[in-house]
Ligand binder design. Structure first.
Ligand SMILES: [Zn+2]
Ligand SMILES: [Zn+2]
Length: 401
């Protein structure tokens, strides 16, 4: 075994090396001969020192010098470096060694202090996120059953991995926080960041409260929707309606969202509740818990939603009922940059003499005839139907005048 001094030196150096692996100035990579950034040419003394320490300890390190803790550090080092450095870690068989360590931890019900150290490291580092899922689920199950003896901060990290394994598929910058949110908010999503209210987490940690498993997928669905909207992806007419509602909330009047009457009709909230209903129940059932239908309906929030009238475009603003479509067509008129930012709006609108206006029924029909993409059929048919209604309303209005 490595003596304690060398072991600590190696661990410290791996920490410093991994932290400095990308240039803090510009995010670029380093040349590992000169330790200067390949892009901005800044020299990094910490990187050089830690690299040299690692290499010198490695030069006389044998397989049986290495304990479980160091294996985990080497595994991270290997994943961070991805063949960018001179020394090879192949001789340690890291993948299978770390798999064995995690397998052993999965079978334990009473962790020793050394085991807890390993758990801390695994759940503090994203490099283990795709291999710790069975271990994670066992720990979570024990919390729900009231059999947990791990610290609150460690369980926070376990939950963080549960979220990030999904949201990192969408953005590598996705983050998860547990925070004190305002009284009525259980969780929130902002771009690719998710916040969970501390009271929901505490109630899970202390009493095994399962609401957390409904709040998290709800927020994850918002993150996924943010991603689809930013990419211009639409699969149904409702996606267009939801985007209009979302943009009106952000840029026009947030009462369209925060008014309770409107909140229960909000399409983003409805889809998040539906996803939460399935994902939350499925996850808990996969852990072996019996989830009653009425509890899932309540915990996911779909109990408040009208699941028949999705396409109802009416909302209440300042005590008056308004139609999202009409409101949006007025709102978007002079918002050229917003129009260009969301290409999915181009199905329904066009730019004409500097203004953003509806396409006519004839234009929509012509595009529909030329369209080769079957998946857009429902969208075009809905838009054409709206255009027919709109144009016949106009004729009716002009007759009145
Ligand atoms: Zn740089
Ligand atoms: Zn929501």
């Amino acid at each position: 075994m490595l003596n304690t001094r060398s072991k600590n030196e190696l661990i410290d150096s791996i920490n410093v090396f991994c932290k400095n692996f990308c240039c803090a100035n510009c995010g670029g990579s380093y040349d590992f001969k000169t330790f200067t950034c390949l892009y901005c040419h800044t020299f990094n003394e910490d990187l050089k020192k830690s690299y040299e320490t690692i290499v010198s300890i490695f030069s006389n390190l044998k397989d049986n010098d290495v304990d479980d803790e160091i294996f985990l550090y080497l595994y991270k080092l290997d994943k961070v470096c991805l063949n960018n450095i001179d020394f090879s870690l192949d001789k340690f068989n890291l993948d299978s060694k770390v798999k064995d360590i995690i397998n052993r931890l999965e079978g334990i019900s009473q962790y020793s202090d050394d085991d807890i150290k390993l758990l801390e490291y695994i759940f503090s580092n994203d490099e283990f996120i795709s291999i710790d899922f069975i271990l994670r689920d066992k720990i979570i199950k024990n919390v729900i059953l009231g059999k947990n003896n791990l610290s609150k901060s460690l369980i926070e990290k376990v939950i963080s991995h549960l979220v990030l394994i999904e949201t990192r598929k969408i953005s590598k910058n996705s983050k998860f926080y547990i925070e004190n949110l305002d009284d009525s908010t259980l969780g929130s999503a902002f771009y690719y960041f998710i916040n969970l209210d501390r009271r929901i987490f505490d109630s899970f940690y202390e009493n095994g409260d399962i609401r957390l498993f409904y709040v998290l997928p709800h927020e994850m669905q918002h993150v996924y929707r943010n991603y689809l909207e930013s990419k211009g992806v639409v699969t149904s007419y409702l996606d267009l309606l939801a985007l209009k509602e979302h943009l009106l909330r952000k840029e026009y009047n947030d009462e369209i969202y925060f008014n309770d009457q409107n909140y229960v009709k909000n399409l983003h909230e409805i889809e998040a509740n539906i996803f939460s209903y399935y994902a939350g129940s499925n996850y808990l059932r996969s852990l072996g818990f019996d989830i009653k239908e009425e509890d899932a309906i309540l915990a996911s929030g779909i109990v408040n939603n009208d699941l028949v009238n999705f396409s109802n475009p009416l909302r209440e603003i300042d005590g008056k009922l308004v139609d999202i479509n009409n409101l949006f067509s007025d709102f978007i008129k002079n918002k050229k940059s917003l129009f260009l930012k969301f290409p999915q709006l181009h199905y329904e609108f066009k730019e004409e003499e500097g203004e953003i206006v509806y396409k006519s029924k004839e234009e929509l029909v012509e595009e529909f005839m030329l369209n080769q993409d079957n998946s857009l059929e429902e969208i075009y048919l809905s838009l054409i139907r709206n255009a027919i209604d709109r144009e016949s309303d106009k004729r009716f209005d002009s007759k009145k005048n």
